[in-house]
Design a protein around this ligand. Structure first.
Ligand SMILES: Nc1ncnc2c1ncn2[C@@H]1O[C@H](COP(=O)(O)OP(=O)(O)O)[C@@H](O)[C@H]1O
Ligand SMILES: [Mg+2]
Length: 464
């Protein structure tokens, strides 16, 4: 435990950390990786395929496992428990977030406002939307949900969403009408072909006898400015008509305006809700949920370490726990120790490295790690803002003192800029920085963590 404490203290100092941080790289890869065992050295000539040694799929896709051991069962359940590639859709697997949920419910129910939920990738927006939808449906809201893509068109997305709203909720239609009985939807009342926000809000303004939540996820992926403007107009019209329809928009962003654009006329009608990073208690409960789901046990004192390593990101918590669990299972164990977390860092470094652009990866490899990468760790933590931009405020928050902040700034201004790893924005009173590769901050972060683990191990073995 003292080893652990020293390690934590060394990395993270003792300062309280601000709530902003960005995390993992763009792609979610399933870390469920198995390497083929090394081929034995052989004399020249063709090597026979050693079918015995090929890695195997281990989880039966149908039926029950023939292998009934606890290990096999745990492996099967691990996917539910910690898979980092998918959002949580079930309440039993959803950890924490009670305050955000309470806040959202209050905004929707009491203030009848539209909501924008924003925050970094992997912070849990999509999962939260699933649970929110579930809770709302329980209270008789009708919830429809859409995911935006770069090429989404306003009319196409909304036509699809309206297919899930029965026509009987229109004032002009009664539940016994033929149309209603035939299962028609609101989409059948839209103009054919393209339509605009005005036409859509006229239709939605006729809704009665229910409340409708329209969830639009991954809103940041939209490239069409026209789409965003249409949504702003829709929000304005729905508010003016006091229609029982509310929009919940979720996306990667540092603030509300970046996501929906600065349109003064809708400011009153939209409330921004930032996704906070996980507290230590929430990390603990996420781990516990995974333990219960899989039968795997984590040493009690590992919560602090996982919390620190994850930077408060549920994606990272799950990734760390997922790797650590696989490592233990491969060795036939159901209990996770610090060593498994250390080993999982090796895999995470490899994965993060693979996600970098080739040239970035080369330059990253060439970076020097003075003092076990202490300065790089300050920079990578500072860069973990929702949109990746950071400056002196963020550096200050993670540096031990002013001297360290100055040294970190010098590292950014000199080496990192020279290597082409950093973009600078000098239009404001103070320079702002961003890693040009989105995966870089995360890569540095796990790499430094691994380095420090290694250094600690070395020091410890020397002592012994
Ligand atoms: N409250 C939570 N409890 C448990 N796991 C969570 C929670 N929130 C997010 N996760 C996990 O974190 C990862 C990222 O979540 P996701 O909802 O996809 O984030 P975002 O939409 O912000 O990118 C997923 O693996 C998801 O299962
Ligand atoms: Mg998402």
């Amino acid at each position: 435990v003292t080893f652990l404490n020293r390690l934590l203290k060394r990395w993270f100092g003792s300062k309280a950390r601000p709530a902003n941080n960005r995390n993992p790289a763009n792609a979610y890869v399933n870390g469920n990786r198995r390497t083929a065992p090394a081929r034995p050295k052989s004399a020249a000539g063709p090597v026979a395929i050693e079918s015995e040694r090929l890695p195997r799929f281990r989880i039966p896709t149908v039926g029950r496992s023939t292998e009934r051991s606890d290990i096999a069962k745990a492996r099967l359940k691990l996917r539910d428990a910690f898979t980092p590639a998918q959002p949580v859709t079930e309440r039993r697997l959803f950890a924490g977030r009670l305050r955000v949920l309470a806040n959202l419910i209050e905004i929707i129910e009491e203030r009848l406002a539209h909501v924008v939920v924003f925050g970094e990738r992997g912070i849990g927006k999509t999962s939260l939307m699933h649970i929110l939808a579930d809770l709302a449906q329980e209270s008789r809201y009708r919830v429809v949900r859409g995911t935006c893509g770069s090429g989404s068109r306003f009319d196409e997305i909304f036509r699809t969403l309206l297919r899930d709203i029965p026509v009987m909720f229109l004032k002009s239609v009664s539940p016994t009408d033929q149309e209603s009985e035939a299962g028609a939807s609101l989409a059948d009342h839209l103009p054919e072909g393209r339509f605009n926000a005005q036409e859509l809000s006229e239709l939605l303004g006729q809704i009665t006898g229910t409340r409708i939540l329209i969830i639009l996820d991954e809103y940041d992926r939209l490239e069409s400015e026209e789409f965003r403007q249409s949504v702003a107009e829709l929000i304005k019209n729905l508010s003016d008509l006091a229609a029982p329809v509310q929009l919940i928009i979720a996306g990667v962003s540092a603030n509300l305006h970046e996501l929906i654009g600065y349109i003064p006329s809708i400011r009153r009608n939209v409330i921004g809700v930032p996704m906070p990073k996980l507290t230590k208690d929430e990390v603990r409960s996420l781990i516990q949920i995974g333990e219960n789901a899989s039968g795997i046990r984590f040493d009690k004192n590992l919560t602090d370490l996982v919390h620190a390593l994850s930077n408060g990101s549920p994606y990272m918590v799950r990734l760390i726990c997922h790797h650590a669990s696989l490592i233990a299972l491969d060795e036939g164990r159901l209990s996770i120790s610090q060593r498994d977390i250390e080993k999982s860092l090796e895999r995470m470094v490899e994965e993060a490295h693979a996600r970098l652009a080739f040239r970035t990866a080369q330059r990253a490899d060439a970076l020097r790690m003075d003092d076990d990468g202490r300065l790089l760790s300050v920079v990578s933590r500072a860069a973990s803002t929702p949109d990746g931009w950071f400056g002196q405020t963020e550096l200050q928050a993670y540096a031990k003192n002013d001297a360290e902040r100055a040294a970190a700034t010098a590292l950014i201004e000199a080496e990192l800029t020279r290597e082409g790893l950093i973009d600078q924005d000098t239009s404001g009173p103070e320079a702002r920085y961003r890693f040009s590769d989105e995966g870089m901050a995360n890569y540095l972060w796990v790499m430094v963590a691994r380095q420090q683990f290694r250094a600690q191990r070395m020091a410890k073995s020397k002592q012994a």
